[in-house]
Design a protein around this ligand. Structure first.
Ligand code: HEM
Length: 426
């Protein structure tokens, strides 16, 4: 394994990967899919755990459905409806608390929002995660808690001595239990969505992602949608949490975002459309700056497929090259790198703060190349819609010590997200 911190070396390693880039790691998860639950996943493990020709076949099926901007833009309406529910819950929390604070576990509310958003587009169904009636949300809450715990356990299984490979440890057993909940719940939602008759004349673009994938391959559709539901929880949820924290901590930047939001959304509940988003460059810059400072993955990985010279050393074929982007995005041409300055990512910025001065491989929050994140466009759309609405509806503040960040497979905010939230006038 070779650890890379210089973005020029990262570029070299990430570009020289052949047609089937290999990102190893996630060994415990791969074992779960290939051995423990081979009854379900044999032959179709999903994009995260397969390699070579199989990966290429699956990725080619999914790309036209998940990676085309025009296809993803069609989901702006459903995302807007989900964000409205999050806004309503935030209003309720602010009203309930005498200091207008969000509850200690507000991040969980953001996980509900992210699962609801991804569920809406993947299944064309409301999962009702944001319903304040706790009874109604029991099953989705169990799903969310299982995803979070499975990721945390995967951190212990991956990064400490892997005794689980020899004997079934308590961590391994708990990991399997949690993943079983994730698999079974996702399959239940998928089966229910597939059981409903869809009229023949529904146009392709009105179909859920599941129904579009099923037309290509039913087994792959099930594995892909299971991965979407699971991969769409703490990734997008933690990123939204970090963005809200950075905005609350930087009132001037928040004011600039609000000014843009006010221009594009005349009243608080104006719907977000693709046209609105196309006129919101600061909003997009806020997301880029958030993922530079708080990427959910601190590093990426590629197996070398030929000998490469990295950092002046000859690195043989079949080595794991690990690219540490959290480190490289805090140096390498970013002026005052530790500060939250979305202006870096505006086309109109041309001074020393511009991200154009930084190495293009220094920050790569969604990875790179043919194997980059397949949920990137969906995640960005979710984040854009929620952030523009929140900044149009509330003033956020952070009268506490700096937030802690930590890494437990997923990197991000680690303390209670007790934002102070002041509802704005219409
Ligand atoms: C802010 C949100 C997210 C971030 C920052 C993120 C980041 C990443 C990164 C860094 C990778 C590795 C890419 C590489 O190796 O070059 C990845 C892979 C992946 N992501 Fe995401 N992700 C996010 C949300 C999502 C969502 C919502 C989905 C659901 C569709 C998703 C599904 C996947 C899948 C399936 C892969 C594996 C792709 C493959 O190996 O072909 N991600 N993601």
């Amino acid at each position: 394994m070779v650890l890379l911190f210089d973005p020029s070396d990262m570029e070299h390693a990430l570009r020289n990967v052949g047609p089937h880039p290999i990102r190893n790691g996630l060994e415990a998860f791969t074992y779960y899919r290939n051995k423990e639950r081979a009854d379900i996943f044999k032959g179709v493990g999903g994009l995260l755990t397969v390699h070579g020709e199989d990966w290429f076949k699956f990725r080619s099926m999914a790309n036209p459905i998940l990676m085309q901007p025009r296809t993803i833009q069609q989901y702006v309406g459903p995302m807007d409806t989900v964000a409205n529910d999050l806004i309503k819950n935030m209003e309720y929390f602010a009203e309930e608390n005498e200091n207008n604070e969000m509850p200690e576990n507000f991040i969980n509310e953001l996980y509900k929002w992210s699962l609801e958003s991804i569920g809406t587009v993947a299944l064309n169904k409301r999962l009702d995660c944001l319903n304040m009636n706790l009874e109604k949300g029991l099953e989705t809450q169990k799903f969310i808690s299982s995803v979070i715990r499975a990721n945390e356990l995967m951190y212990y299984l991956e990064f400490f001595v892997p005794i689980w490979k020899v004997v079934s440890t308590p961590h391994w057993k708990e990991f399997v239990q949690n993943l079983n909940v994730v698999t079974e719940t996702a399959h239940k939602y998928i089966d229910k969505a597939l059981a409903e008759k869809i009229p023949e004349d529904v146009p392709e673009h009105k179909l859920s992602i599941l129904h579009r994938l099923v037309k290509v391959d039913q087994k792959f559709a099930t594995a892909m949608v299971t991965d979407m539901l699971a991969a769409g929880v703490d990734t997008t949820g933690k990123t939204l949490g970090a963005a809200l924290y950075f905005l609350a901590r930087n009132p001037e930047k928040q004011a600039r975002l609000r000014k843009e939001a006010m221009q594009n959304l005349p009243v608080k509940n104006s719907p977000v459309t693709n046209e609105v988003l196309s006129k919101s460059p600061y909003l997009k810059a806020v997301i880029k700056e958030t993922t530079r400072l708080s990427p959910i993955g601190i590093a990426n990985m590629r197996q070398t497929v030929k000998d490469l010279v990295l950092g002046g050393y000859r690195i043989p074929k079949n080595t794991e090259a690990v690219t540490f982007h959290l480190v490289s995005s805090l140096t390498n041409g970013f002026k005052e790198p530790e500060k939250f300055i979305p202006e870096r990512f505006l086309r109109t910025t041309s001074d020393e703060y511009s991200a154009k001065n930084a190495h293009p491989f220094a920050t790569l929050p969604f990875g790179f190349g043919a194997r980059s994140c397949i949920g990137k466009r969906l995640a960005n759309l979710e984040l854009e819609v929620a952030l523009i609405k929140i900044s149009r509806n509330f003033e956020l503040s952070w009268p506490y010590e700096d937030m802690k960040f930590d890494f437990k497979l997923i990197y991000g905010i680690a303390g209670p997200l007790k934002l102070k939230v002041q509802p704005l006038q219409p």
